[in-house]
Design a protein around this ligand. Structure first.
Ligand code: PRP
Ligand code: MG
Length: 212
């Protein structure tokens, strides 16, 4: 039987919310945390647990048909990919932060400075717009430690509760963008699978309406 392939975050904050929304639309998944792939019991759906940053390329290549993913990841790596539904959870912002003692008050004060981030394309886009030249240090995780170890003057990362910034003695000086989980599709999706997506989208819309 033909099945729709959906990618969700393998581990991390988006994972739980993603599995919850699938459950909320009546799709039960036969476990999966340790498996990289799981099938739905009552719906033509196969779930692939992937690293966030890899998902845009899988969508582009048509390896998966759709994904529940943070909009921030699409802005960084997949702004060519269609978003079909905004899901209203996993809300966060992508912000610039500096040590509490820093005199920098906005992106404009970062000329010639070192910025540590996992979102180089996003940061570059905003630096270009502001006409600022800075040096990016690309790190894949624990970005907020960078100023404390002398690696950077500022960071650009996801802020949700603000707790990571606080714990690392950083203050947010500029919000670049806000983000939430979205349902994105592959440009290569088949007509058959598009029909399954349409069903999912219909269910999502009624669940999301109920959550408002
Ligand atoms: C994410 C993100 C921030 C933090 C923001 O990191 O990179 O560091 O969460 O959340 P908060 O504002 O609620 O503290 P995560 O814990 O996922 O780990 P990683 O950076 O090592 O991937
Ligand atoms: Mg982090």
């Amino acid at each position: 039987m033909n099945k729709l392939k959906i990618a969700v975050q393998k581990s991390g904050r988006l994972n739980e919310d993603s599995m919850n929304i699938l459950k909320a639309i009546g799709i039960s998944i036969d476990n999966g945390k340790d498996q990289l792939k799981a099938s739905a019991r009552n719906f033509p759906l196969e779930v692939f647990y992937l690293r966030n940053g890899d998902i845009p390329q899988y969508l582009r290549d048509g390896v998966v048909d759709c994904a529940i993913i943070g909009e921030n990841v699409l802005i960084e790596k997949g702004n060519d990919l269609p978003i079909v539904e905004r899901l209203g959870f996993s809300k966060c912002r992508v912000s610039i932060a500096v040590p509490k003692s820093s005199t920098a008050k906005s992106l404009k004060d970062l000329e010639g400075k070192r910025i540590a981030t996992s979102y180089p394309n996003t940061v570059n886009q905003f630096l270009d717009k502001a006409g600022i030249k800075a040096n990016l240090h690309i790190i894949n995780g624990s970005v907020e430690i960078a100023p404390n170890i002398g690696l950077a003057d500022a960071v650009c990362d996801i802020v949700s509760s603000g707790s990571t910034l606080f714990k690392n003695g950083l203050k947010e000086i500029e919000k670049l963008l806000t983000s939430e989980a979205v349902l994105a599709t592959s440009p290569k999706i088949s007509t058959e699978n598009q029909a399954i997506i349409d069903k999912i989208q219909f269910r999502l819309q009624s669940v999301l309406k109920g959550r408002q």
